[in-house]
Design a protein around this ligand. Sequence first.
Ligand code: ANZ
Length: 809
Amino acid sequence: MPLPTYDPARIETELQAHWQAENSYRAVEDPRRKKFYCLSMFPYPSGRLHIGHVRNYTIGDVISRYQRMQGYNVLQPMGWDAFGLPAENAAIDNQLAPSRWTRDNIATMRAQLKRLGFGYDWSRELCTCDPSYYRWEQWFFCRLLEKGLVYRKQALVNWDPVDQTVLANEQVIDGCGWRSGAPVQQREIPQWFLRITTYADELLEELQHLSDWPESVRNMQRNWIGRSRGLEIDFSCEDSGEPLQVYTTRPDTLMGVSYMAVAPQHPLARQQARQDAELAAFLQKHTHGAVNEAAMNTVEKCGRPLGIHAIHPVSGEQLPIWVANFVLMSYGTGAVMCVPAHDQRDWEFARLYQLPIRQVVYPEDGSDWDLEAGAYTAYGRLRNAGDFDGLDFDDAFTAIAAQLRRQKRGRERIQYRLRDWGISRQRYWGCPIPAVYGEDEQPEPAPELPVILPEDVVPDGKRSPLAGLADFVSLTHPDGRQLHRETDTFDTFFESSWYYARFCCPDAHAQMLDERANYWLPVDQYIGGIEHGVLHLLYARCFHKLLRDAGLVDCDEPFTRLLTQGMVLNGGVKMSKSLGNTVDPQEYVDRYGADTVRLYLLFSAPPEQSMEWSDERIVGAHRFLNRLWRIVHAHVAATPATTPDDTALATRRLIHRTIAKVNDDIGRRHMYNTAIAAVMELLNALARLDDAAAASRQEGLETAVLLLAPVVPHITDALWHALGHTEPLLDHPWPVPDPALLVQDTMQIVIQVDGRLRASIVVPANITEAGLREQALSHGNVRRHMQGRKLHKFICVPGKLVNIVLSPS
Ligand code: ANZ
């Protein structure tokens, strides 16, 4: 009879229908069982799945299935990060409401995910654009507003004067609006902020306990939070009456200060500009310059003297005050003391405007530093620094801090680079911010929730659609007051900051989170792209602490383990639409089946590394599954043999060594590629056995099927049944290696007679010295060389050799 052929499309769709009918992935809370919450970052429904999604979700699915076979109660949910700008852009292009476009995409992508066989609990599916989801973040926002944890203040936006709309950064192309082409203006408008800085210390501190996060991500977060310790110093300023306050992390350089600089937005600069038209023009030009630090460092330096002076708090010297474009208004005090000998920016500025450069810190080893080449920015020992000569950084910090404290001119301060999170966007397709305003324009929580986003709107890229909807904007408070609504929506990071928690209880209708959250949380394994290493993960960590402090969850951190998967490259570069080098995963699923695509993605590279797409290797993966299929079916069709199997022990050893290796690779190292390679080797060995070894071959094939089950769940399920099993593979316990079969249980011993090699024997590893002596002395060749002489000494080097020393004849 011909062997059945491998038909992935049929076995995969049949099994998927079976899973759906049986609710095979439904996660049910059970306090008696240990839980495992495995979460992959949910997608933005952009249209179709791209290969990066498939890689991400395959990794998550393998971890989930593996943990399930380990006996855990596994939760693996999926949902949609459904608000965002692309829907608005598509709406403008296609004259289709963003909600329609989004929901159509979701339907497509959901079907694609199901076809890939990912074991999601679809009963928990959530979609952030549904009022049943966003009403709870609106509710939570109102609580934060009451507690003062969100607030409104003026901030800069990109304004398109033709389309009369605020533009996102990615809609500004070469300084012009992407649709109108008009030069973009910077405007100050009131925006909402969340006080993430309240948690700066905790967010930083707890990074050290997140030992199962990649070190790179923890470092990115540390830098982003940017804690520094320094002094706040007041320089008196005769001309203005007010002291000029600066923040410095290098008080040791105080004696090297030769000028001061303030940001263009600084009050002192504005005050001076009232009498100086040229200065006013300069400020006008530079007020809307670069607003972040990275841009600050690269921008060409320029400035102007304000014509006034500050007094050095120790030397009493007069220091000119400049306005400089490299000083940020939003950091520290918006003013700096400039030490050109020890700060590169100050140095460049001083060279440009011929300001004095005075070195006060010198290398510890006594060597000189060439100030012509640039600033000496390292720590060192003080010289030319008056009373502070001879001190190192720490002692100078302490001494200068003490002196300024006595003069009431300085105090120690901890400063963070982290800014409060701007959560409002002037966009239509987002969650409405549930604030309302009365006549006094003071924000208050909306009187009724949810504030539903009108969905039958097709934006045209001009003006704000919400502001134009009178029905939406105006309302009457239950107490009779006429109010108007906020028309900004939340940054979409707001929705993605708490979805992991809502998955625990997506159907809680009366509250944001219920007790189920404390069963599942924290997420045991989170998987996603490194591009979310800073913002999303930091916002979600912050949100979690807000939830905790509101009594909604118990634990301190949301994600215990983090895996950041690498990119999929094509031709050595990242796949992207603009480069035209993308591949559509669906095509490959249609051609080879989901199992082949899954196996290929995992076999190509360790998950955290980037992988190069290769059509040949995907064919190779398919060939391997065909071979697995044939080996199992040929085995099943073979007639059982009656001859003894003298390879049995060796085969069983190989099987158990493979189990041990795969356990370590999957469970600890997340190295699916080497795990798969080990199973391939096992299969090669099994294929060489003849039918006399059918019993050990059965054990070997069952093991191979179990070990591959998380990776290729469909073909392994079919083969599991072919091997004679009726119970589902899904919940079969993961194989455990037999320790007795892992030990190396024989060894080779060399036998010398009077120092000459005379024999080599294989003995049990646990042989006693007496047993070894008996075997050695009875060996034929050894006896011949002893020639009846008497044994003088028996020397034994354990595990290696014995030497038989004879008495002189
Ligand atoms: C004097 C000095 C001497 C400085 C020196 C550095 C080196 P971090 O570590 O990032 O906190 N600074 C302070 N406020 C600033 C602002 N608003 N815009 C631009 N630069 C500002 O950086 C603190 C240092 O950055 C401060 O220490 C200050 O320059 C500068 F050899 O003061 B320093």
